[in-house]
Design a protein around this ligand. Structure first.
Ligand code: ADP
Ligand code: MG
Length: 259
């Protein structure tokens, strides 16, 4: 299945002070199942808008977005979003319960009630939540509340939550952008390692060229005013990716020269 997620001639306008502003113009690209595609571009070029369109939170003005040949018309549990914001956890739930809550919400029964859940299933969800907390190396913090954690730790919990839910498509909007550079590199490594073992379909928005080169199988490069795709590059650098390697730097420079 080559065209798992597909955008065809997608345009989006926003109403800004009595005039319409074209934010995304004629965007075309596709993403394969299990591929990590980076959406790379300067601040304000429409990256978040693009993710919101794919999430179904907002509608296109022109063009279509489809998954497995079916047009996306609104939000769905098949697409899960991870934001940049450190405050995306529920402050009144512990770290572990934040993940369990998301797992429950993503597996709602038709009766739409958590009370129908058998005990065994609750245990399974707890185990799953613990497994993903271990992956982000936060097991010993499972009973902490978000306010007791650093920004980087909160972002690790949010990442664990997103990965545990196992939505078919993960939409990540600059999830590591607010982190210090060491934490950012650690989380990039973690995500890359997890992708090697169990590849998910991920759209990863970033304005950081080297982050895109480190993580992505495919890099979709956008310019601004209006947001337009200027290049789609395959990234075939071998794993584990070495940030200091010649190939890594060559690809980074090639992308820099596009702007
Ligand atoms: P990016 O994520 O690449 O920084 P955005 O998608 O957030 O870009 O925004 C692209 C452009 O659209 C910006 O100029 C922004 O100000 C504008 N914009 C974003 N959301 C809205 C909105 N809801 N209404 C009007 N303009 C918006
Ligand atoms: Mg944005």
């Amino acid at each position: 299945m080559s065209k798992y997620l597909e955008l065809k001639s997608v345009s989006k306008k926003y109403q800004q002070q009595n005039k319409e502003e074209l934010v995304l113009k004629n965007v075309n690209f596709s993403v394969k199942k299990g591929e990590l595609a980076a959406i790379l571009g300067p601040s304000g070029c429409g990256k978040s808008t693009l993710l919101k369109l794919i999430a179904g939170f907002i509608k296109t003005d022109q063009g279509i977005i489809s998954k497995e040949g079916r047009i996306i018309r609104g939000p769905g549990l098949d697409r899960i979003m991870l934001f940049q914001d450190f405050e995306q956890l529920f402050p009144w739930l512990t770290v572990l319960n934040n993940i369990i809550f998301a797992l429950k919400a993503s597996r709602k029964t038709e009766k739409n009630s958590f009370n129908f859940w058998p005990g065994q299933f609750r245990q399974d969800l707890k185990l799953l939540a613990k497994e993903y907390l271990a992956k982000v190396k936060l097991s010993q913090y499972q009973d902490y509340y978000p306010h007791q954690l650093s920004g980087g730790m909160k972002q690790r919990v949010a990442l664990a939550r997103t990965l545990a839910v196992q939505g078919e498509i993960m939409l990540m909007d600059e999830p590591f952008a607010s982190l210090d550079s060491q934490t950012r590199q650690d989380l990039q490594q973690l995500l890359s390692d997890l992708q090697l073992n169990n590849s998910r379909t991920i759209l990863f928005v970033t304005h950081d060229i080297r982050e895109a080169v480190f993580l992505a199988d495919k890099i979709i490069v956008l310019k601004d005013n209006p947001g337009e795709v200027i290049s789609v590059l395959a990234n075939n650098l071998p794993y584990p990716r070495q940030r200091s390697s010649e190939q890594f730097n060559q690809l980074s420079e090639k992308i820099t020269s596009l702007f």
